[in-house]
Design a protein around this ligand. Structure first.
Ligand SMILES: [Mg+2]
Length: 261
């Protein structure tokens, strides 16, 4: 998930939504119609959850990560000093079932007011290739740090979820949640490790310059850092949500000509 409101606001909005549930049920059709802007996300979410292409892209990303990690370990004097930092949501674990449920209910899922119950009771699945890659890193003696904007107040639930999925090196120490911005949590890791790979689906998983930055600046920074993609930075596809989700589309400025073929 991305750029959540502060935890205080999140809890407040949760409380408000609980208080307003009876009113919502009383006027369900009108409420659904008003909220159904989220239906715009259907195609993206379908691609994210159902396409074989996403599965292939995820495996491709983890295959590249494995090659890069093996090279870093081969070049290192002490692999124990190396660390990889990975995001969780839509990088290691797949939360699309929550988004699909909310979309089916015409509930705008990127307001993130259904997220905290999902952290506590949800059942995310593994992104293809994630467990194999992390187990490989673990077998090489490389330190793994899970840096996520999940709620630190609910850390025990996230740790339990990751443990249940059988991921390696899961502990209160290895899971760094929101909290300070990710750039500060990465600095905690690099204080006593050399970070050799960053993995994520959102650009601020890689660099603080992407955080809360307009799309044009994000694109300029992506281009300026062209050599890092697939090298130090392993990016994963996420068509379900992102800072781009409401960006206007650019269209071909030509009259529509319909011609059978
Ligand atoms: Mg993520």
């Amino acid at each position: 998930m991305i750029d959540k409101p502060t935890n205080g606001l999140t809890w407040l909005s949760l409380a408000v939504s609980l208080l307003t549930i009876p009113a919502a049920f009383a006027d369900a059709p009108a409420q659904a119609k008003a909220d159904c802007a989220v239906a715009e996300f259907t195609m993206g979410l379908r691609f994210q959850q159902q396409s074989a292409e996403i599965q292939a892209l995820q495996l491709q990303a983890y295959n590249i990560a494995t090659l890069k990690l093996d090279a870093a370990v081969a070049a290192a004097k002490d692999p124990a000093k190396l660390a990889i930092v990975t995001d969780l949501d839509e990088t290691v674990i797949d939360n699309s079932a929550l988004l699909a449920r909310d979309l089916a209910n015409c509930h705008t899922y990127d307001a993130w007011d259904t997220w905290l119950p999902w952290e506590r009771a949800g059942t995310p699945t593994l992104i293809p290739g994630a467990k194999k890659f992390l187990e490989h890193a673990d077998s090489l003696g490389v330190t793994i740090r899970y840096v996520s904007d999940r709620a630190d107040e609910q850390k025990s639930y996230t740790v339990a979820t990751l443990s249940k999925l059988g991921l390696p090196q899961v502990s209160a120490e290895s899971v760094l949640l929101l909290g300070p911005p990710k750039v500060e949590r990465r600095a905690i890791v690099s204080a006593d490790h050399q970070i050799v790979l960053l993995l994520g689906d959102t650009l601020h998983d890689f660099d603080g310059r992407f955080r809360k930055t307009p799309l044009a600046e994000q694109r300029a920074t992506v281009a300026a850092e062209a050599d890092k993609w697939g090298a130090d930075w392993i990016v994963f596809p996420n068509a379900g949500y992102g800072t781009w989700s409401n960006a206007p589309l650019k269209a071909w400025k030509a009259e529509t000509v319909i011609e059978p073929w």
